[in-house]
Ligand binder design. Structure first.
Ligand SMILES: [Zn+2]
Length: 426
C-alpha cells in the first residue's frame, strides 16, 4: 500500500491530498483510505510524492533507439529513404531485442508504463516486454509494396497477433500494423481489414503525416487519405491512427463517427517539420487523443512528459489562444486518452478501484516543482520524467523502486545498445 501521497485519481486526475492507494493482486483495491479490515503486505511512504497513473506512449517504434542521433535535420521522405530504410535493412533480431530493451529502460525511467509499438522482429519486442514487466500493444509493421512478399508478410502479422494476444500474463495485446496508405496498396489494405475482422483485431497505421502524403493521395484518388481509407473499410475496425497532422474538417467528422484514437506525436512532427496536428478540433469533435513519442530517431527522446508539455504548448501557438489544450487536458491525453486509443480504457490509465495497478511516483522535492501551487501545472509545464519519476509500478509490481530497476540490468542494456547501434550505421 502506498501511503500519504498526493494522488491523482479517476479519469479527471483529481488531486487527493494525504491519500493511500491500496494494491492487491495487481489491481487497485482502494483509493483514499484502505478497505476496512485490510492489512497490507507492505507499506510504502509516498509523502512528498505525486502518485499518478503511468503514462501511455500511444505510438513508437521502440528499437529505433539504435538510430538515435543518426541522420537528424532531414525532411521525412529523404530521412526515411536515405538514412533509416538502408540502416533498417541491416536489422537483426538481436538489434531489435536490445534496442527495444533500451527504449523500455528509457520509458520506465521517465514514467511510461504502456507503449504501442509497430516494427519488425516483433517476437523480440515481445520478449523484451515480457522480461521487463512493462505493458505493450504490439503490431508487426506491414508494408505492401513488394507483391512477392505481401501475402507472407500479412500471414506473419496475423500469426504474431494471434500468438501474442494476452501474452506476458495479459500485459501484451496485439493489433495489425499496416504501415501507411502510401506503403500499402488498396488491395493489400482490404486484405488487412478482412484479416483484422476475422481475428477481431484493431489496426495501427500512420495517416496524413505530411502535406506531401495528402497531395499524392489526392492526385491518385481525388480524396484525402482518411476518406480513401474509409472507402477501403479501414474504419470498420478500431483504429489507432498515428500523426493525423494534415487531417481536414471532413476527415475529423469521419474519425469522430468511428472507433478511432489519434496518437498525436508533437515532438516528431516538429522535428521532421511535418506540421501541427489539429488536436483542438479533434478533441472538440469527440475524437480520442493519445500522445506518442514516435521512434527515437525522429524525437529523439522517449520521455512522454516532454510530449505532454509540447502538446500543451504548440496548440496555443497554432490556435493563437493561450487557453487551447490546457494542462489538465494534455495530461489526460497521456493517461486516459492513451489508454482509450489502445483499447485499454477499462483496464489502465487511471487510479480508480478495479483498474490495473500501473502507476508512477514523482518526487515533489525538486527546485523546479516548488512552490506546490498546482500539481497538474507542475507535471505538464515544469516536470521532467527522467529527473522526477522515482518509482514505477506495472500490474502491481515495482519495476523501478527509488530510482533503481528491480528486473532490468540498465548498464548491460546500454552497453549492448551502444555496440549494436554502431553496427547499423556507416
Ligand atoms: Zn511512426
Amino acid at each position: 500500500m502506498l501511503e500519504h501521497g498526493l494522488v491523482l485519481t479517476g479519469p479527471e486526475l483529481v488531486p487527493m491530498v494525504d491519500a493511500d492507494v491500496a494494491v492487491e493482486d495487481g489491481i487497485i483495491a482502494a483509493v483514499g483510505s484502505p478497505p476496512a479490515g485490510w492489512t497490507p503486505d507492505e507499506r510504502i511512504e509516498a509523502a512528498g510524492k505525486i502518485v499518478m497513473p503511468g503514462l501511455v506512449n500511444a505510438h513508437t517504434h521502440a528499437a529505433m533507439t539504435l538510430f538515435r542521433g543518426y541522420g537528424d535535420d532531414l525532411p521525412l521522405q529523404e530521412w526515411l529513404s536515405q538514412r533509416i530504410w538502408p540502416a533498417e535493412a541491416k536489422l537483426t533480431a538481436e538489434h531489435v531485442y536490445w534496442g527495444s530493451l533500451l527504449a523500455i529502460v528509457e520509458m520506465l525511467r521517465s514514467g511510461t508504463t504502456t507503449f504501442a509499438d509497430m516494427y519488425f522482429f516483433m517476437e523480440e519486442v515481445a520478449r523484451a516486454v515480457e522480461e521487463a514487466g512493462i505493458r505493450a500493444v504490439l503490431a508487426r509493421g506491414l508494408i505492401g509494396l513488394d507483391p512477392a512478399k505481401t501475402e507472407k508478410d500479412l500471414a506473419a502479422g496475423v500469426e504474431f497477433a494471434r500468438a501474442y494476444r494476452g501474452a506476458a500474463g495479459g500485459r501484451i495485446t496485439t493489433m495489425l500494423g499496416p504501415h501507411a496508405p502510401y506503403t500499402c496498396p488498396d488491395g493489400f489494405l482490404r486484405e488487412v481489414v478482412a484479416a483484422a475482422a476475422e481475428e477481431d483485431l484493431a489496426l495501427h497505421i500512420h495517416v496524413s503525416e505530411t502535406r506531401r502524403e495528402n497531395e499524392e493521395m489526392r492526385a491518385r484518388t481525388g480524396k484525402t487519405p482518411v476518406a480513401h481509407l474509409a472507402e477501403l473499410g479501414v474504419f470498420s475496425r478500431p483504429v489507432l491512427l498515428a500523426h493525423g497532422v494534415w487531417l481536414e474538417e471532413g476527415d475529423i467528422a469521419v474519425l469522430a463517427r468511428h472507433r478511432v484514437g489519434v496518437a498525436h506525436c508533437p515532438g516528431s512532427n516538429l522535428k521532421l517539420a511535418s506540421g501541427i496536428a489539429p488536436i483542438s478540433a479533434l478533441h472538440k469533435a469527440g475524437v480520442t487523443v493519445g500522445l506518442g513519442t514516435d521512434g527515437a530517431a525522429s524525437n529523439n527522446n522517449l520521455d512522454l512528459f516532454r510530449e505532454v508539455r509540447l502538446a500543451a504548448l504548440i496548440h496555443k501557438v497554432r490556435e493563437e489562444d493561450a487557453t487551447a489544450i490546457p494542462a489538465g487536458l494534455a495530461l489526460r491525453f497521456a493517461t486516459v486518452g492513451g489508454a482509450a486509443s489502445l483499447g485499454l480504457a477499462e483496464k489502465i490509465g487511471q487510479i480508480t478501484p478495479g483498474f490495473r495497478a500501473d502507476l508512477i511516483m514523482l518526487s515533489l522535492h525538486r527546485p523546479h516543482l516548488v512552490p506546490g501551487h498546482d500539481p497538474i501545472s507542475h507535471l505538464v509545464y515544469a516536470a521532467e520524467g527522467f529527473a522526477d519519476v522515482t518509482d514505477v509500478m506495472v500490474d502491481g509490481e515495482f519495476l523501478l523502486r527509488d530510482g533503481r530497476f528491480t528486473r532490468l540490468d540498465e548498464e548491460r542494456i546500454m552497453r549492448e545498445a551502444e555496440r549494436l547501434g554502431r553496427s547499423l550505421v556507416g
